[in-house]
Write a protein that binds this ligand. Sequence first.
Ligand SMILES: CC(C)(COP(=O)(O)OP(=O)(O)OC[C@H]1O[C@@H](n2cnc3c(N)ncnc32)[C@H](O)[C@@H]1OP(=O)(O)O)[C@@H](O)C(=O)NCCC(=O)NCCS
Length: 174
Amino acid sequence: MAEPIILELKTCTLREWREGDEESLVQNANNKKIWDNVRDLFPYPYTRENAEWWIKEGCKKEGAFSLAIEVHGNAVGGIGFVFKEDIYRRTMEIGYWLGEEHWGKGIMTDAVQGITEYGFANFDVCRIYAGVFDTNIGSIRVLEKAGYQLEARLRKNITKNEQPVDELIYVMVR
Ligand SMILES: CC(C)(COP(=O)(O)OP(=O)(O)OC[C@H]1O[C@@H](n2cnc3c(N)ncnc32)[C@H](O)[C@@H]1OP(=O)(O)O)[C@@H](O)C(=O)NCCC(=O)NCCS
């Protein structure tokens, strides 16, 4: 069996999702303020069934790499990559969310820095990018603090809550 992945960072630990995380996952993920800033694919309301599916199947989906953000022994957020294919095969997209109770403590800056370093060291990629709503000041700040650079504004690329939103592309290349 492969070694478990455990990234011990300053403010949190990144590790694989596991059975037993369901309750904390629902508690932290079931939040309209989170849903408003992520893809519609992320459930809202976020139910126990959604959490059970995520732990059993979702987090293990081929073509992606997903870790839990653990704080004080609980999985309170998620972070990961989606691997691009074909001519984009050396590119990954990063995505993340954190339970509201833990915002503003530097946790996501730490997590993005940690997983980015891990990503470049362990996957054959030369580009990691994030697509951020231009209204998401917190996430923009996280990416800038973690060393990502603004590359593009995709005007009205997103429709969220039936409203058009500009998407900012932040990137790190190696
Ligand atoms: C955006 C999010 C990931 C930020 O995580 P976090 O752990 O609170 O961020 P950090 O504590 O590392 O903050 C990094 C910086 O952003 C600032 N910041 C964080 N949230 C902010 C907000 N809502 N408004 C303004 N600044 C904010 C912090 O003050 C800090 O800057 P500073 O060091 O200059 O003071 C978190 O709020 C979240 O999960 N939101 C919902 C889901 C989401 O947006 N996911 C990302 C999709 S691209």
